[in-house]
Design a protein around this ligand. Structure first.
Ligand code: FAD
Length: 306
């Protein structure tokens, strides 16, 4: 029986593991892929105090740090069920049932992909998903943002201050972002908005992106925009499918947490990209993971469990 079982081995889960085990309590980490999203990242330049690193290096550093402590790491294991109770049970895809006095959910999120030719080929070679992370790489260049919801329009406004030109591509007949964001967007001289446009391909020269092709959904005509980067902003999907009906989720599927990372289920905490906490960033996930571990410890000492 664990005192704290952490589900997820990204930055949030790793931070939670370090903080929990430093309290001398029995800590386990169950992760489908230890390292999480950072494994898919190239340059990381905004993890405070680390001027520059890359994703795989950062993931190794996370694992090494966790391994300094007595943490039971169960990698390449997927959780499929959570059963609340005095002892909380987590069932894995392989059928194992793990029991713990408290659980921290840190299963992260994934960017929704547009699934057009060129997206996978040029990922990290002009195709990006995170303007806070990769925006500065496109300084002085031309980019497109796909998606006219709040995140797409925010990304376009953000990027317009960095890059030479932004083309915002929206599938529907109008943008879906809040009016105030749309007003700001339309006030910017270096932004073009194209609506009713279905992206058909992200073009490249075999190495890097050099254009984006779309079909005008009204006329059926094909067009191509010359550019160096494409930001896909059609949604972030939290990895909570397995928690539906058990833990309180927002309408976007994010785990609802209070200021201490407590979920709707006693003894179950959550941290990182999987939660309602805004701004999905490593430094934020790490802080939230630490906080959830301290809150879980607090919960354990108050329930006479340790
Ligand atoms: P994740 O990193 O998503 O980790 C989730 C963990 O949970 C993984 O170990 C996963 O395998 C596991 N998991 C999921 N479901 C299950 C399950 N059912 N059972 C068991 N385990 C499960 N942020 C920055 O601050 N700077 C950057 O430069 C930056 N660049 C990025 C570039 C890209 C391409 C991407 C995709 C993201 C980038 N981000 C960046 C965002 C950053 O990676 C995330 O904010 C951060 O990784 C969130 O950490 P997390 O621990 O909450 O979740």
């Amino acid at each position: 029986v664990f005192d704290v079982l952490i589900v997820g081995g990204g930055p949030a889960g790793a931070a939670a593991a370090i903080y929990a085990s430093r309290k001398g309590i029995k800590t386990g980490v169950l992760a489908e892929r230890f390292g999480g999203q950072v494994l898919d990242t190239l340059a990381i330049e905004n993890f405070v105090s680390v001027t520059e690193t890359d994703g795989p290096k950062f993931a190794v550093a996370l694992e090494q740090h966790v391994k300094q402590y007595e943490v039971d790491i169960m990698n390449t294991q997927r959780a499929v069920q959570l059963a609340p109770g005095k002892l909380i049970e987590v069932t894995t895809a392989s059928g194992a049932v793990l029991k713990s006095k408290s659980v921290i959910l840190a299963t992260g999120a994934r960017w929704r992909e547009i699934n057009v030719p060129g997206e996978k080929e040029y990922r990290n070679h002009g195709v990006a998903y995170c303007p806070h992370c990769d925006g500065p790489l496109f300084k002085g260049k031309r980019v497109a943002v796909i998606g006219g919801g709040n995140s797409g329009v925010e990304a376009a406004i953000d990027l317009a201050g960095l890059v030479k030109h932004v083309t915002l591509i929206e599938f529907g007949a109008e943008l879906r972002a809040d009016a105030v964001l749309q007003r700001k967007l339309r006030s910017l001289a270096n932004v073009t908005v194209i609506v009713s446009a279905q992206t058909s391909e992200i073009n490249g020269d075999g190495k890097i992106v050099n254009g984006l092709s779309y079909t005008d959904r009204n006329s059926g005509a094909s067009h191509r925009v010359e550019l160096e980067g494409v930001f896909v902003q059609i949604g972030l999907v939290p990895n909570t499918e397995w928690l539906k009906g058990v833990v309180g989720l927002s309408r976007h599927g994010e785990i609802e947490v209070d200021a201490r990372g407590q979920t709707s289920v006693p003894g179950v905490f959550a941290a990182g990209d999987v939660t309602t906490v805004p701004f999905k960033q490593i430094v934020i996930a790490v802080g939230e993971g630490a906080k959830a571990a301290l809150a879980a410890f607090d919960h354990l000492i108050r329930s006479d469990d340790v």
